[in-house]
Design a protein around this ligand. Structure first.
Ligand code: GTR
Length: 336
């Protein structure tokens, strides 16, 4: 009798516990699905008219449309929600920023796999890069961001990065001893050191002032960033060595993603995928406009005809950091 009473009490307790757990789960699933309105804050480092911001806005528009206004993505351009590093920390930890568009180089400190893209001279050109990004291996890297509590939704175009300086810079040996601002990426630091210069990590938003005051001599970026951030008005020497092609990534906090119903996840994923075409189209136009503006402003632009010399200098960096990506690198070499 006593035994059957305790079994009864135990079963009742289990039932109560199970109901509590289940109701918690369904509450979560319901938060972002039918009925409930959700606001997503998306941080963007670039100005309102920049190609990546065009991509973000297209994404927001498509999500709004497909969810009948239920899911509202608010895009905050111009770095107003913080520098890239702190914004990614927020997205990762579920802070006040839910989403961001960020450089994959910045992501390296949060997810070492992203370090692949920081390897110098990894891709020969944009078509080889996109053949990889669109491949199942490239898409897997996006998915693997989940191991770092972030949901990677899409890659965006970011061209090729090259060095620019307020000091003469027309050949590799000119880099010797120059103080060069770099993104927060260990591989980039090593690359710049291997090229004979002194790397200094600094948020993107501080680069213009640092170039003006001489805290740094140089920086490196693609033409749209070099131009839109006004760096070209201070750093009048641009050498087109194209050392990195680091794609941009559109990211969401993983816990937020997991709260959406499968139908809403599809809406968000489809919108992100569709926004890539808008960003790439805008990129092509903006890059052309930036190059024309840089040229017209009297910047000395040098193209590199002995790129093998640069590649040779960074070989130890590739050997050291590339070993963990050997399969991916071999695969990239098979792509056109
Ligand atoms: C740009 C990139 C930004 C930021 C910047 C930088 O190309 O789009 O997100 O990472 O470079 O150098 O910090």
């Amino acid at each position: 009798m006593k035994k059957s009473l305790s079994v009864l009490i135990l079963s009742l307790l289990c039932a109560v516990l199970l109901t509590a757990c289940n109701s918690g789960a369904s509450k979560n699933a319901g938060t972002a699905s039918e009925g409930a309105k959700v606001t997503i804050r998306l941080a963007e480092a670039h100005p309102a008219d920049y190609p990546t911001t065009d991509g973000d806005r297209k994404f927001a528009e498509l999500v709004k449309q497909a969810s009948n206004g239920r899911i509202n993505v608010e895009v905050y351009p111009g770095g107003t929600l913080g520098d890239e590093n702190s914004v990614v920390s927020q997205v990762q930890s579920g802070g006040t920023v839910d989403m961001t568009r960020v450089s994959s180089a910045t992501l390296t400190s949060f997810n070492p796999q992203m370090g692949l893209f920081a390897l110098p001279y990894l891709f020969t050109d944009s078509s080889q890069e996109w053949a990889f990004l669109n491949s199942s291996k490239g898409q897997q890297l996006l998915k693997d961001l989940q191991t770092s509590n972030m949901m990677g939704l899409a890659y965006y175009e970011s061209g090729a990065r090259s060095f620019y300086s307020s000091k003469p810079l027309t050949k590799l040996s000119d880099l010797k001893g120059q103080k060069i601002r770099v993104q927060q990426s260990a591989i980039t630091l090593e690359m710049v050191t291997a090229l004979g210069a002194n790397p200094i990590v600094m948020p993107y938003g501080d680069v213009f002032g640092a170039l003006q005051t001489g805290t740094i001599d140089a920086a490196e970026n693609n033409a749209p960033s070099f131009e839109s951030a006004n760096h070209y008005t201070v750093a009048k020497n641009y050498i087109l060595d194209g050392h990195q092609r680091v794609p941009e990534v559109l990211l969401m906090n993983l816990a937020m993603w997991n709260k959406f119903s499968p139908a809403d996840q599809k809406i968000i994923q489809d919108a992100a995928t569709a926004s890539v075409a808008t960003e790439k189209e805008s990129w092509a136009k903006y890059e052309e406009k930036s190059n024309a503006k840089i040229k017209a402003s009297g910047v000395t632009i040098t193209s590199v005809d002995n790129i093998a010399e640069w590649q040779e200098a960074v070989k130890p960096v590739i050997e050291k950091n590339g070993a963990q990506f050997k399969d991916l690198i071999d695969y990239i070499h098979t792509l056109k």
